[in-house]
Design a protein around this ligand. Structure first.
Ligand code: GLN
Length: 476
C-alpha cells in the first residue's frame, strides 16, 4: 500500500489540507492589521489602530473559542471528516468575501472564517490521530510531520499573500487566501479515500442532535439580533463593546469550566490533583499566548512603523517578518526534540518547560525595549524577538498539548483539549486589548509591561515546580 514517508498515505492528504488552510490563515493574519489600519485611499479600511487591535484580538479569540463547539459537533454528529470539509468550504467563502470591498462583507467574512476554522482546525488533527492504532509507534512522528505541514503553509503565506497584499492590493492578497483554501479542499476531496476509516460520523444520537439544533439556534439568533439592531442603528455595536462582551464570556466560561471541574465530587484524589495542575498550566498558557500572539498586531505595527524595511536595497513588505516564526520552527523543532532526548533523565519537567516558554516570550519583548523609541531600527531586532518567541513556543506548545492529553481523566479527554484551546482564546483576547493601546502609551512601556509580566510568571512557575511535581505524580 502507498505510504507517505513510511506513514499511512492519508497523512499526506491531511498534511496538504492543513498546509493550505494555514496558508490562508497565516497569510490573512499577516496583513489583517495593515489592511484594517491603511487609509481607504490606500486600499485599506481606514480603522483606527485602537479599533484594529481590538478586532484582531476578537477575531483570533473567536477562532480558538469556536474550536470547542467545532470539536463537539464532529465528535457527536458530523464526524471529523465532514466537519473538515464543511469548515473548509465556509473558510473559503469567508476569504473570498473578505476580498470584497466594504465593511459589511469584511465583518461577515470574519464571522465565516471563525466558524469555518472552528470546524476544521481541531478536527483535522483528530483525524491524524485516527490514522494510527492506539500504540502505533509512528504516532508521535506522524504529528511532527503534520506540524511541518502547518508551518510550511505559515512560512510561504506571508511571502505570497503578504507581498501581493502590501505591494499591490490588500484585497487581492485576501482573495489568494481563498484560492489556497480552495486548492486544499480539492486536494482533500480527491485524497479522502486514503483516510480509510478515520473521522467517520458517530452512530446517530437523537439527544446530541437536539442539543446541536438548540446551540446553533442560539448562536444564529445572537448574530441576527446584533446584526439587525446595528443595521437599524438601534444598537451602536462598537468593536470595543463586542470585545467587552467576549471578555465577560471568556471569564464566565473559564470560571464555569474550572469551578465545575474542581468542585465536582466525581473525581479520585489523583484526578483532582491533575485537574489542579491543568488549571495552573491553563493560566500560564493564556499568559504565554497573550504575549506571543501579538506577533500579528503589536509587533506587526512595530515592523511597519518603526523598523527599517530594506534588505540589500530591496524594500520588503513588513508582513515578511511573519515568516520568521515558521522558519525558525522548522529549523529548531528537530533540534529541540533531539535535545530533550539527549537530556534524558535531566530533561526539564513540564512546569519548567512552561516557565522557559514564558521566559523566552518575555525576553523577546525585553530586547525591543532599548530600541522601541526608534523610527527605523534594524530588522535584526525583530528577528531576534521572533527567534526568542519560537524558542518559547517550542518549550511550551507541544508540551502543553501532550500534558493535556496525559493529565486529563480519560472520560473528559475532549473537554480538556478544549480547555487548551480556551487558554489560547483567552490569550488572544488579552493580546488584542494590549495591541489596541499601541498609540496610547509609549512603546518602551508597552513592551516593558509585557516583558515584565511574562518573566514574572516564568519565575512564579519555577516556585510552583515542586508542588506541580506532587500534583502530577505518576505522569511521565
Ligand atoms: N502554529 C500552530 C498552528 O497554527 C499553533 C498555534 C497555536 O497553538 N496557537 O496550528
Amino acid at each position: 500500500m502507498a505510504t507517505f514517508f513510511g506513514h499511512p498515505r492519508g497523512l499526506a492528504t491531511l498534511f496538504f489540507t492543513e498546509m493550505w488552510e494555514r496558508f490562508g490563515f497565516y497569510g490573512v493574519r499577516a496583513i489583517l492589521i495593515y489592511y484594517m489600519t491603511a487609509k481607504v485611499a490606500q486600499g485599506g479600511l481606514g480603522f483606527s489602530t485602537a479599533q484594529s487591535g481590538i478586532i484582531y484580538g476578537l477575531f483570533l479569540a473567536m477562532v480558538y473559542l469556536l474550536s470547542l463547539p467545532g470539536g463537539w459537533l464532529a465528535d457527536n454528529i458530523l464526524g471529523q471528516r465532514k466537519a473538515v470539509l464543511y469548515g473548509g468550504i465556509i473558510i473559503a467563502i469567508g476569504y473570498y468575501s473578505m476580498a470584497l470591498p466594504g465593511i459589511a462583507s469584511f465583518y461577515s467574512a470574519l464571522v465565516l472564517v471563525t466558524l469555518g476554522t472552528g470546524l476544521l482546525k481541531p478536527n483535522v488533527s483528530t483525524i491524524v490521530g485516527g490514522l494510527y492504532s492506539e500504540n502505533d509507534p509512528r504516532r508521535d512522528s506522524g504529528f511532527s510531520i503534520f506540524y511541518m505541514g502547518i508551518n510550511t503553509g505559515a512560512l510561504i503565506a506571508p511571502l505570497i499573500i503578504g507581498t501581493v497584499g502590501e505591494k499591490f492590493n490588500y484585497r487581492y492578497g485576501l482573495a489568494l487566501a481563498g484560492v489556497g483554501m480552495t486548492a486544499g479542499l480539492i486536494q482533500y476531496t480527491l485524497g479522502a479515500k486514503y483516510l480509510e476509516g478515520a473521522g467517520m460520523p458517530p452512530p446517530p444520537n437523537p439527544k446530541a442532535r437536539r442539543q446541536a439544533v438548540i446551540g446553533a439556534a442560539v448562536i444564529l439568533a445572537a448574530v441576527a439580533i446584533v446584526a439587525g439592531l446595528s443595521a437599524g442603528h438601534i444598537l451602536q455595536v462598537s468593536a470595543e463593546g463586542l470585545s467587552d462582551v467576549l471578555g465577560a464570556m471568556l471569564t464566565v466560561i473559564t470560571v464555569a469550566v474550572f469551578g465545575g471541574l474542581l468542585l465536582s465530587s466525581g473525581w479520585t484524589p489523583v484526578e483532582r490533583k491533575r485537574l489542579a495542575a491543568i488549571f495552573v498550566l491553563f493560566l500560564a498558557s493564556a499568559m504565554f499566548w497573550s504575549a506571543f500572539e501579538q506577533a500579528g498586531s503589536t509587533l506587526s505595527l512595530f515592523a511597519q512603523r518603526n523598523t527599517r524595511d530594506v534588505l540589500m536595497g530591496y524594500h520588503f513588505p513588513a508582513s515578511w517578518f511573519q515568516t520568521l516564526n515558521s522558519l525558525f520552527l522548522v529549523i529548531f523543532a528537530p533540534i529541540f526534540a533531539a535535545l530533550w532526548i539527549k537530556l534524558g533523565r535531566r530533561e526539564p519537567s513540564m512546569t519548567i518547560k512552561f516557565s522557559l516558554g514564558l521566559l523566552f516570550v518575555g525576553l523577546g519583548y525585553a530586547v525591543l525595549i532599548p530600541v522601541a523609541g526608534g523610527k527605523a531600527v534594524s530588522p535584526m531586532w525583530l528577528t531576534l524577538t521572533y527567534l526568542f518567541h519560537t524558542i518559547g513556543e517550542l518549550c511550551l506548545s507541544p508540551v502543553g498539548l501532550s500534558a493535556m492529553t496525559k493529565l486529563a481523566p480519560q472520560r473528559i479527554a475532549a473537554l480538556i483539549m478544549g480547555v487548551w484551546f480556551l487558554s489560547i482564546s483567552v490569550g488572544e483576547f488579552i493580546g488584542g486589548r494590549v495591541a489596541s493601546l499601541y498609540e496610547q502609551f509609549p512603546l518602551p512601556l508597552i513592551f516593558g509591561v509585557v516583558a515584565v509580566f511574562s518573566i514574572a510568571c516564568a519565575l512564579i512557575l519555577v516556585l510552583f515546580n515542586g508542588p506541580m511535581k506532587k500534583l502530577t505524580a505518576g505522569v511521565k
